[in-house]
Design a protein. Structure first.
Length: 214
């Protein structure tokens, strides 16, 4: 399990986010850890380099920009910290909206373009380690424009500033290499603290949107 994936799962739990629907899809799923939060009859994950599933999810090797599913076959589609890895972000959102049925929901998370880790001068270096070669993150305006051009409706953009996680990231990452099971309770505490301090532009953004009726 990756530290970032575990922190995102703890963050969603701390904020009360749940994924519901008969069919839920997670893009960039890695090992399917986030799908453990889904209340669904069928959980499907896609990834270019998938790992063994950590739950009942079906994991498929596929490109998020070219999903091997028919249109409108999912109730919810998730893509956490994936869009910043895409050279053409609009294609990902368009595909998410294609495979969700009218009235279904999509959920994305992504770093802010102004993300700041501690110490700040290492932010660029760490961002590159995260694989953010195309961009460090997005502005609110860019994300809302992508949703609008994809013809999503009822878009809600939320701040997840993650001050504790950003401040503690390096030490958590180092400890995670040697003793992840010992670090997990600390990450849960960090996520709960961050859930009480969500406002700010130096962390991440969460986006909910719906697919309009045809």
């Amino acid at each position: 399990m990756r530290l970032g994936s575990y922190y995102r799962m703890c963050s969603l739990l701390a904020s009360g986010v749940q994924f519901r629907g008969r069919r839920v899809l997670d893009i960039g799923t890695h090992d399917g850890i986030l799908l453990s939060l889904a209340e669904s009859e069928l959980c499907v994950g896609v990834d270019l380099s998938p790992q063994h599933s950590r739950g009942p999810a079906v994991i498929v090797q596929a490109d998020g920009n070219h999903l091997p599913f028919c249109s409108g076959c999912f109730d919810q589609v998730i893509a956490t910290d994936v869009i910043e890895h895409m050279p053409h972000a609009q294609k990902l959102v368009n595909e998410m909206l294609r495979v969700v049925h009218p009235g279904g929901k999509i959920f994305l998370s992504t770093p802010s373009v102004d993300i700041r880790l501690f110490p700040p001068f290492l932010t660029g270096w760490i961002s590159n380690l995260w694989g953010h070669y195309w961009r460090r993150g997005f502005t609110k305006e860019e994300l809302l424009k992508i949703m609008s051009e994809g013809r999503a409706k009822n878009t809600i953009l939320l701040e997840w500033n993650a001050p504790a996680y950003r401040f503690c990231y390096l030490i958590l990452r180092l400890l995670w290499v040697f003793a992840p099971s010992l670090v997990q309770p600390i990450v849960k505490i960090v996520a709960r603290w961050d859930a009480l301090h969500v406002k700010g532009c130096h962390g991440f953004y969460w986006i909910w949107a719906e697919k309009g009726e045809n």
